[in-house]
Ligand binder design. Structure first.
Ligand code: ADP
Ligand code: MG
Length: 720
């Protein structure tokens, strides 16, 4: 039998280990096991000692057995027949002579095993007995049994049933069986970059002698991950460049008419990005572009102009929005901006006019019918909707451009479903207000070109943001007084809370009560308190995700029409809601929101000519990390700076969300944030590889890895 990465563990390990590895960690092949990397290493001089043990903590300590004493005792078991039991007490000591007692019950054989002088790792939870700290039945791993007398001791992510040392034992056995492994990395790249061989790198990541060697092993394995990933993306981009799409030449009657009546000048950024997009959709290949721009930077206008270019030449454009509120708002504001250019088919409309229709899940069958007809016949040039657009039965006459707003709420399947509604791949424009660092964008949205709008339209006054301590009565009174002043001046305001209320869990809730903290404030409670107290006499409206679509729409319309003074809402307003007369926002329990989320939220105010004010109310103590985050939000309006800060503070998995979960089996060591340099270099190498050998015929082993990842692509790439 030749043993390789595909060999099943059951061919080489004992049955019990194989079962545990499969059940606990889903590891079935040698490749699975060798790809289960240690998450920590314990060096000779840095072995965790007994100096800092906290009760309840799960610890791994390195120590030497001093003594082991077995004690017989009579367990107290009321109602049961007493049976003699044995307790083994083992005293261990670390290098500094600190000691700790381990206690094992009824495992007499351990006496032979844990003898004085043995060194090893002990893994368990710190408990207390008679006022002294102890480890109760810890897992143990003795150095002399596995010949790890030098170098770093690996610690594996494991489970109670399958502790680190058992994984180490299995890895050790397997490593001994795979002497040479074929190297999937192209030889030229490997030698030019001075990377370790594959087998060598695997061996060393599991059994490193020094941190230096470990670094080299990790570097090599990260390079492999990065190169495979980037090659998938580069190849896909090359494929899409080869696809045919309908070209829509720049300009055209309805776009020119629209531009002529635009009441303001485009910003320089809108002009630049607009020209890029116009040139791309004039090509006979599909555009795939990501448009990033801070809230209020005017992305929608850029998208609308692209849609009009398509409509001008007989195509249709779809705008996919993440929520009904947002879809309805887009529909309203686009129809408004177009004026009679949206009256296509009506008497007296300009000849270049089209129809703009809205399609959401809450529409009744009777409401849908004329809309679906207009979409099918092509009478509707612009079709706006939620994912109801993706349903069967929505047939486009000729979908030429798909615009996806706020991409992070959509998965790749949905984007693909929309694309599938066109005869040929449509041009695609994805808009997001969430700033994404370059390397993340490059990986998660790998086949998209990126454009950024970095300035806000002229005439915007920046939002002033302040942190308000919740416990300070005077400050709170002042907060509500400020809101009343805005309303008295004819403007409107938002009050945002982290929770809907009652006890059901909702989409727009930001996590419930944890531990003994009080539950986050809920809109349904807060609105009552405000109504009866500080905001008495004002017209208050309530908006959250649990209202039905009609009600949401009614409230949003009333607010937009100025019939509501203060909207008490959850994060449903986070995305794209545009009411220029709203000038003030109070965020309650502000520390419950993420940095980028707060930035996104406050983007809802100060969208008109009047200065915006955002008050972040929080109980977070001065100097606490929560408070520091709020201070950071108050100190700058630069969305990209805040996004970077946000990323620094969150775990990468949270940042990438769903994108990361699918990528996990392929990208284990590579950090999209910290390994930016490797990713950039790998991108260039991948481009060169594919350029020279598009089908990777010369590198079959590497091609196999690339195909493997590409086959899983729907699970992660572009999903945000
Ligand atoms: P985003 O979608 O990027 O958050 P929007 O496209 O909704 O931003 O634009 C926000 C507001 O700014 C809208 O009312 C829009 O009409 C207006 N706007 C867009 N571009 C300009 C511009 N160049 N000058 C003035 N106002 C603009
Ligand atoms: Mg928007």
């Amino acid at each position: 039998m030749t043993i390789g990465l595909e060999t099943r563990l059951r061919e080489v390990l004992d049955k019990k280990s194989v079962e545990k590895l499969g059940e606990e960690l889903d590891l079935d092949t040698i490749g699975d096991l060798l790809g289960h990397y240690p998450f920590r290493y314990i060096g000779q001089g840095e072995r965790p000692d007994l100096g800092r043990l906290a009760i309840g903590e799960e610890v791994t300590v390195f120590a030497e057995v001093r003594a082991a004493v077995a004690r017989k005792y009579q367990p107290k078991r009321p109602g049961k027949k007493a049976r003699r039991a044995e307790r083994l007490e083992v005293v261990i000591a670390d290098e500094d002579g600190r000691t700790l007692t381990l206690v094992y019950f009824n495992q007499p054989w351990l006496k032979e095993h844990l003898t004085a002088g043995k060194q090893g790792l002990f893994v368990g939870k710190v408990g207390q007995f008679n006022g002294r700290l102890q480890l109760n039945s810890p897992q143990h791993f003795l150095v002399d049994e596995w010949n790890v007398t030098s170098g770093l001791l690996p610690v594996y992510p494991g489970t109670a049933e399958l502790p680190s040392w058992k994984i180490m034992k299995a890895v050790h056995t397997v490593l001994g069986l795979v002497p040479g492994l074929a190297d999937p990395l192209p030889r030229e790249i490997r030698s030019r970059l001075g990377l370790l061989g594959y087998g060598e790198a695997l061996r060393r990541i599991h059994r490193p002698e020094t941190h230096e060697v470990l670094g080299a092993a990790k570097k090599r394995l990260k390079w492999q991950e990065a190169l495979v990933l980037q090659t998938v993306l580069v190849r896909r981009k090359a494929e899409s460049l080869a696809e045919a799409a309908t070209p829509y030449p720049a300009g055209g009657a309805i776009l020119d008419a629209f531009d002529a009546r635009l009441p303001f000048d485009l910003t320089a950024g809108q002009r630049r990005v607009g020209a890029e997009i116009a040139a791309e959709i004039a090509q006979p290949h599909p555009m795939h572009r990501l448009l990033q721009g801070d809230v209020g930077s005017g992305k929608t206008l850029v998208a609308l102009r692209a849609m009009l270019q398509v409509v001008a030449h007989g195509g249709q454009a779809a705008l996919l929005a993440p929520t009904e509120v947002l879809a309805a708002q887009h529909h309203r504001s686009i129809a408004e901006m177009l004026g009679d250019l949206a009256n296509g088919g009506q008497l007296g409309a300009p000849p270049e006019a089209t129809q703009v229709v809205l399609l959401t899940g809450s529409a009744t069958a009777a409401q849908r019918r004329p809309v679906l007809d207009a979409v099918r016949t092509g009478a509707a040039g612009i079709v706006i909707g939620t994912h109801a657009l993706l349903y069967d039965g929505v047939d486009f006459a000729d979908l030429g451009l798909a615009v996806v707003d706020e991409q992070h709420r959509f998965g790749v399947e949905q984007r693909d479903a929309l694309r599938a509604k066109a005869q040929r791949p449509p041009h695609t424009l994805v808009m997001t207000a969430t700033p994404i660092p370059r390397t993340v964008a490059m990986t998660v949205y790998g086949d998209l070109e990126t454009s950024r709008l970095t300035e806000l339209p002229a005439g915007r006054t920046p939002i002033a943001t302040h942190v308000v301590p919740y416990t300070d009565q005077r400050w709170m009174q002042r907060t509500w007084a400020r809101l009343r002043e805005e309303v008295a001046a004819g403007r409107q305001a938002y009050v945002v809370c982290p929770r809907v209320g009652d006890d059901q869990k909702n989409d727009d809730d930001l996590g419930g009560a944890d531990g003994d903290k009080r539950p986050p404030l809920a809109v349904t409670d807060v609105i009552e308190q405000l109504r009866g107290g500080p905001l008495q006499g004002l017209r208050l409206g309530l908006l959250h995700g649990r209202l039905d679509a009609d009600e949401k729409d009614r409230v949003m319309r009333a607010y937009a029409a100025g019939e509501i003074d203060v909207l008490v809402a959850t994060t449903v307003i986070e995305v794209g809601v545009n009411v220029p007369n709203a000038t003030a926002m109070v965020v309650l329990d502000a520390e419950r929101f993420g940095i980028s989320q707060l930035h996104q939220l406050r983007g809802r105010v100060g969208r008109g000519a009047h200065p915006g004010l955002c008050l972040l109310v929080s109980e977070a103590a001065e100097g606490s990390s929560s408070r520091e985050r709020l201070d950071a939000v108050a100190s700058t309006t630069d969305g990209f700076a805040l996004a970077e800060l946000d990323l620094e503070q969150r775990r990468e998995g949270d940042v990438l969300g769903a994108a990361q979960s699918g990528v996990k089996s392929h990208v284990k060591l590579l950090s999209l944030l910290k390994d930016a340099d490797i990713i950039e270099e790998a991108r260039a190498e991948a481009a060169a590889l594919i350029g020279a050998d598009p089908d990777l015929r010369g590198e079959p082993a590497f091609a196999a890895l690339v195909d493997d990842l590409a086959a899983d692509r729907g699970e992660f790439l572009e999903k945000g």
